[in-house]
Design a protein around this ligand. Structure first.
Ligand code: SF4
Length: 271
């Protein structure tokens, strides 16, 4: 995301009275404007979330990143797909578990997970084509294991379902498991979750400033359209001019990943 688009994000933040700026990417911290965006959003009163992959804290030039995040009271949401080393390293690469543990200890030392102004959320996702186990029980397991073994504390755990799209979707296709997994999501559909899906309250912005109903739709290239329009792509510039309240949400089969029992949104399991 270039500087001009980042400035547009800040304009929209003020004009539309956005309360939370949730930053994600491969590693949003590597954007040269990341720290300025965070500081400016905080000075405008927004709560800022950094979806952090933890290992970024050990990249050259990022030695002071954890201190910066704490100083700005940025909420950290960090992926730790399991509390067992083998499972994490198999999914993320050799040594990732060890670096993630050291990063969590560094964040704890700064007050993350202990001070209520510095929330630290961990994110779990299943290894294969199954729905995550109940979030509460899993959180208790994480808490016990990480606490006893490494002295790590955290605020809460999100258990996220794997969406049948992007890399996970193509792995399912290549293993002949796509239809079976979609069937599992459909069978677990809970109408009561429809009222809680994140696209009702969130707008996802891509690196060029185009808008989507959520990150999953962004990955699929399903742009947010103006009411009554099926074509055209809404941009931050449009959002400055128009209110998106009540704008229809673009849905497709992958949405069963959100509405399934034990399905999820970026804010963890719904029901
Ligand atoms: S995948 Fe569908 S239901 Fe889930 S947040 Fe996106 S648009 Fe909403």
């Amino acid at each position: 995301m270039d500087r001009a688009t980042i400035d547009r994000v800040l304009d929209v933040l003020v004009a539309r009275r956005i309360r939370t700026l949730d930053l994600t990417g491969g590693a949003p911290e590597l954007n040269p404007h990341f720290r300025d965006l965070v500081a400016q959003a905080r000075s405008r009163g927004a709560h800022v979330i950094d979806r952090c992959n933890l290992t970024i804290l050990f990249e050259p030039g990022q030695e002071d990143l954890a201190g910066f995040l704490a100083g700005q009271q940025v909420e950290v949401v960090a992926s730790l797909p399991c509390y067992l080393e083998d499972n994490v390293d198999r999914q993320r690469g050799a040594g990732v578990f060890d670096r993630s543990i050291r990063a969590l200890q560094q964040l704890n030392a700064l007050g993350y997970g202990r001070d209520e102004r510095l929330p630290l959320t961990l994110v779990y996702n299943p290894q294969g084509p199954s729905l995550p186990p109940p979030q509460q029980a899993l959180e208790a397991d994480y808490r016990r294991f990480l606490g006893e073994r490494f002295g790590i504390v955290f605020t809460r755990l999100f258990a996220l379902a794997n969406m049948p799209i992007a890399r996970f979707g193509s792995t399912l296709v290549s293993k002949g498991q796509f239809r079976e997994y979609m069937g599992k999501l459909r069978a677990a559909h809970r109408p009561e979750n429809v009222g809680q899906v994140m696209c009702r309250t969130l707008v996802s912005v891509d690196w060029q400033g185009f808008l989507y109903d959520c990150d999953f739709n962004q990955m699929l290239g399903l742009h947010l359209h103006e009411t009554g329009q099926r074509h055209g792509r809404l941009h931050l510039d449009d959002w400055l001019e128009m209110d998106l309240d009540g704008n229809p949400i673009v849905v497709a089969d992958h949405c069963y990943g959100c509405t399934a029992g034990q399905g999820s949104s970026c804010g963890g399991a719904l029901a």
